[in-house]
Design a protein around this ligand. Sequence first.
Ligand SMILES: Cc1cc2nc3c(=O)[nH]c(=O)nc-3n(C[C@H](O)[C@H](O)[C@H](O)COP(=O)(O)OP(=O)(O)OC[C@H]3O[C@@H](n4cnc5c(N)ncnc54)[C@H](O)[C@@H]3O)c2cc1C
Length: 446
Amino acid sequence: MPGRLVVIGGDAGGMAAAAQARRRDASLEIVALERGAYTSYSACGIPYLVGGEVTGGTEALVARTPQVFRDDLRIDVRTRHEATGIDLEAGKVEVRNHEHGRSFSIGFDQLHLATGARPVRPDLPGIDLPFVHGVQTLGDADELLAHVRAVDCTRVVVVGGGYIGLEMAEAFVNRGSKVTLVESAPHVLGSLDPDMAGRVGDALRRFGVDVRTGVSVESFEPGVAHTSVGPLAADVVVLGLGVTPSNELAVEAGLATGVKGALVVDQRQRTSHEATFAAGDCCESFHLVSRRAVHIPLGTHANRQGRVAGINLGGGYATFPGVVGTAITKVCGTEVARTGLNERECKEAGLGFVSATIDATTKAGYYPSTGPITVKVLAQPGHGRLLGAQIVGEAGAAKRIDTVAVALHAGFTADDLLDADLAYAPPFGPVWDPVAVAAREVLKQL
Ligand SMILES: Cc1cc2nc3c(=O)[nH]c(=O)nc-3n(C[C@H](O)[C@H](O)[C@H](O)COP(=O)(O)OP(=O)(O)OC[C@H]3O[C@@H](n4cnc5c(N)ncnc54)[C@H](O)[C@@H]3O)c2cc1C
């Protein structure tokens, strides 16, 4: 479709769409507005930059610079340009150019929203003090690193035990800081069942992180985080309390929102407005196991949804099938992964379940460098449809989750998974892969 496409947000969900739209339609005028200084970056790499495993500064995390988009794809990328208002009727976006301090409006025929999400900042006294950092964009990483270099960053408090909090805790231990992680729930990683999450908490403690569960932060003052069990000295505080979709402009413009304020989209990533699409952390996804709308902010979803939106914006036809909630991380030498639903999510979805947890090894038991792996599988009573899986273990453990993720997409039963022709050689696993062993155990429960 000829005309002008305006993209708001220059990371995964935005630039994947812009690039696809260009490939589909050479005549489309594409303008991409990005509030920050970077495009197509990996926020996922921030913990490794902070921890020193990745060197080369924040630029090392940039996959494609604005200039590459301009030169290779003729996309008019405007960094330091913030969209400040959207008029869907008039087909206009209000823009603030932070570089020159000027505002202007730009018309569009089609609009794509990829404004992402931002770290949750609870309304606590002192939360806006400069030593309290959220990490979401590369700009946030720049600010955090500048602060860390400027102060003698010996004591760090991480608030929240989600995967970002855990990765940041490990990063600061790797930098030589004394790290306290505060989590109000009884265990870290609420995306896992408590029995599996407990193993991750143990790994953090073994690594030297002072993990305080059942403790909440109440306020901040310079150098101190006050908690429900007393003050904690802190040179830097990092928030890891999850994220909330950045949808203020979309809501003001009248677009429909759903779970956690994320934008409602159809299978083609179209919002409630005909000419407006969305992708990434700002929008909902459809969960293929619970059959419900969810907000699961991950780079995997942002890229895939962005691609689908871009094909449609470029005049093609594509649909996003949905997600199964697959996520993976490595914390303090322990690999962690999950897919599908955990026990709590099964209950919320009204799905009965049985589960089995097995301990095995990542390689053949006799093979050098083999390590422990624990796999938990959940299945539906009766027919045994797979509902989810969680894995905690040493090197080589977590990527096995992809087997179960594909099985969930395919609607496998535990029987199907047990029968699957999985690869085997001693350096890669036991002859019965731990995932198959867990499927066999859950079958016994059925
Ligand atoms: C520390 C960390 C580790 C992570 N690790 C993983 C991982 O291992 N695996 C994984 O799958 N995911 C991971 N994620 C999540 C992943 O980074 C996000 O899901 C992904 O970046 C979402 O992409 P997005 O384009 O939707 O949003 P974002 O990356 O948030 O990008 C949105 C962009 O829009 C811009 N913007 C917002 N409002 C405006 C406006 N009004 N005008 C102009 N520009 C605007 C923002 O500046 C931002 O650059 C991690 C995230 C963090 C923070």
